[in-house]
Design a protein around this ligand. Structure first.
Ligand code: 5AD
Ligand code: SF4
Length: 456
């Protein structure tokens, strides 16, 4: 057996892609390894969304170069590959910045890894693939292996046609593409047969899903979810990431009508200022977003909302930033991600001459994060004393403890639950810790009652 180490940066789609790369290389004799030490192949599955993420790759490559040399001194080979969005965006440049790299492969061409490895083994020098057709990739990947517990990701859509002026995704992941309904169903069923209870449907614009249905028409995400909800044994469904412009009426209704669809919605807004939203080319206003949130909450009153925010977009004034804080206060987020604007090569906003200073970005980020953290703590506090179901995914740090997720995607720990991994169990939330909730198992008879209550 040869040892394969994959390091994953960035989003959940990269996590999915890394798993698929491991599936693809298993028949070649590569078994997953926990460390890069002495590995026969190392893949960095990279992220290009912000400069910091991209730069990390080069410092990691510096370390790997030394490991590769140490292995070569013993007469052994370490194949070094850069995959993901940095590979797509920088291509050849990676090979010139770090000649120890053997393979550069973009997110839509990693199905070609076996032949690229063969090339390297034959001593052909470097191999580079940065082609685009996403459909090609899915047609050439082996069946998804099911090794990572009861909650799994499934990519249903890739790419983005929205061209927000700050974002590299349309360039690194290409145009919007949806996998056919039949392919998604087959993969979902295989995962469920392997013990998966919860699926998170992935896409850069997942709610723009328009996959070809068995009837030949384009199915919406809501229709896809309704079909998956009928798969026996599939008890929870989630989807991420959504664009406000693609939040269709049927998807909102699905949150009211489909019990398996979890009450958590990641709906990035980026800014609370109409002027900045226009400069970002988001295609929606603050009012549009707030009305959308209202409709979603009308359909599912306990919906936990999450979002993404960028501070310090070019031209963002103090008043624009205040408007973002006002939007956050108006919505009330259960959880959120916030970032300092990072100029990305080739995107329109990077060329804007009204860049905001680093000091101002820092101060704004701090203020926004403090507010978001307060909201998150407030949301978590409302859960104390409540009974909610948790899908236990893995062991916790303490012996006998297990960790799982609530319907609202909060991490929950419970003592004495290690035997319940893979099951959905009602818990009473006892307290809020720094990074997770603490739940207590109910006595069996109470558990049965609670199950009925949750099902109602
Ligand atoms: N700078 C900072 N944040 C960015 N994002 C995307 N591009 C940039 C950038 N250039 C953020 C957005 C997006 C999330 C995935 O990353 O908030 O929703
Ligand atoms: Fe990037 Fe905007 Fe597309 Fe999201 S919608 S991936 S932020 S361009």
């Amino acid at each position: 057996m040869k040892r394969l180490f994959i390091k994953t940066y960035g989003c959940q789609m990269n996590v999915y892609d890394s798993a698929r790369m491991a599936d693809l290389l298993a028949p070649l004799g590569f078994a997953a390894s926990e460390t890069a030490d002495d590995a026969d192949m190392v893949i960095l599955n990279t992220c290009h969304i912000r400069e910091k993420a991209a730069e990390k790759v080069y410092s990691e490559l510096g370390k790997l170069k030394l490991m590769k040399a140490a292995k070569a001194a013993k007469g052994e080979r370490m194949i070094l590959a850069v995959a993901g969005c940095v590979a797509q965006a920088e291509g050849e440049e990676i090979l010139s910045r770090q000649p120890a790299v053997d393979i550069v492969v973009g997110p839509q061409s990693y199905q070609r890894l076996p032949e690229m490895i063969a090339k390297i083994v034959r001593g052909v020098g470097h191999a580079l693939e940065t082609e685009f057709p996403a459909e090609d990739k899915f047609d050439h990947l082996p069946q998804h292996s099911i090794s990572n517990g009861p909650a799994a990701f499934l990519t249903v859509q890739e790419g983005c046609d929205k061209f927000c002026t700050f974002c590299v995704v349309p360039y690194t992941r290409g145009a919007e593409f949806s996998r056919p309904v039949g392919d998604v169903l087959a993969e979902a069923k295989a995962l469920v047969a392997g013990g998966v209870r919860e699926l998170t449907l992935l896409g850069q614009n997942v709610n723009a899903y328009r996959g070809q249905g068995p009837d030949g028409t384009a199915w919406s995400l809501a229709k896809l979810i309704a079909m998956l909800a009928d798969v026996r044994g599939l008890e929870r469904l989630r989807y991420v990431t959504s664009h406000p412009r693609d939040m269709g009426d049927d998807l909102i209704a699905a949150h009211r009508d489909i019990g398996q669809l979890m009450p958590y919605l990641h709906l990035p807004v980026q800014s609370g200022s109409d002027a900045i939203l226009a400069a970002m080319n988001r295609g929606h206003s603050v009012g549009d977003y707030l009305r959308l949130v209202e409709r979603v909450r009308a359909a599912r009153p306990d919906m936990a909302l999450s979002g993404d925010f960028i501070v310090g977009f070019p031209g963002e004034s103090d008043a624009d930033f205040e408007a973002t804080l006002a939007l956050v206060r108006a919505v009330g987020y259960a959880q959120a991600y916030s970032f300092k604007y990072s100029p990305r090569p080739g995107t329109p906003a990077a060329a804007d001459n009204r860049q905001v200073s680093e000091a101002v970005k820092d101060a704004r980020l701090q203020e926004l994060q403090a507010l978001l953290l307060t909201q998150q703590a407030a949301f978590n506090a409302t859960c104390v004393g409540k009974t909610m179901t948790v899908l236990f995914e893995k062991e916790g740090r303490q012996p006998g403890q297990a960790m799982g997720r609530s319907p609202y995607l909060q991490a929950v720990h419970a003592d004495g639950a290690a035997a319940l991994i893979g099951q959905i169990v009602p818990l009473r939330i006892a307290e809020v810790g720094p990074n997770s909730l603490k739940g207590i198992l109910l006595p069996t008879h109470e558990a049965a009652t609670a199950k009925r209550v949750m099902a109602d």
